[in-house]
Design a protein around this ligand. Structure first.
Ligand code: AMP
Ligand code: ZN
Length: 137
């Protein structure tokens, strides 16, 4: 896609610190890292979100996410790893080319991206919504 910054990286039109590449998938370093080692995994073929991506490309991307996660573990020895994938502006997506964030974590690193306070929901409402989704699958 002509105007897409990640397609430009795939096509070599703008530089990136690439760490892995195959026919379908590219992994490169995020230039605004949340922590040392923050890496992005993308399908080479443009797809904006999880709603449109070819399932084969998605499967390839998640397999590469595991491969790179293990490489991060070997290279940086983090205490944990947060995986983030945002879809659409309402979810905070900024670059409209699907990407999986791999964010290495260290105990007490202070990042506010992983935990939320559990607040029990209304079980009737949860069941009702679950039925709607089940019927749509
Ligand atoms: P998101 O909010 O999930 O769309 O995140 C987009 C991510 O892409 C951000 O973490 C940016 O720092 C990152 N990013 C944007 N442009 C580039 C670039 N040229 N090279 C590497 N990472 C980038
Ligand atoms: Zn793109």
């Amino acid at each position: 896609m002509a105007d897409c910054i990640f397609c430009k990286i795939v096509n070599g039109e703008i530089p990136a610190v690439k760490v892995y590449e195959d026919e379908r998938v590219l992994a490169f370093m995020d230039i605004n890292p949340l922590n040392d080692g923050h890496t992005l995994v993308i399908p080479k073929k443009h797809a904006e979100t999880i709603f449109e991506i070819d399932p084969e490309d998605l499967a390839a991307a998640i397999k590469v996410a595991q491969k790179v996660a293990n490489a991060i573990k070997k290279a940086l020895n983090p205490d944990g790893l947060t995986i983030i994938q945002l879809n659409k502006k309402a979810a905070g997506q900024v670059v409209p080319h699907l990407h999986i964030h791999l964010v290495p974590r260290w105990e007490n690193d202070g990042l506010k991206v992983s935990r939320w306070e559990p607040v029990p929901g209304d079980m009737e409402k949860i069941k009702e919504i679950g039925e709607k989704i089940k019927a749509a699958v």
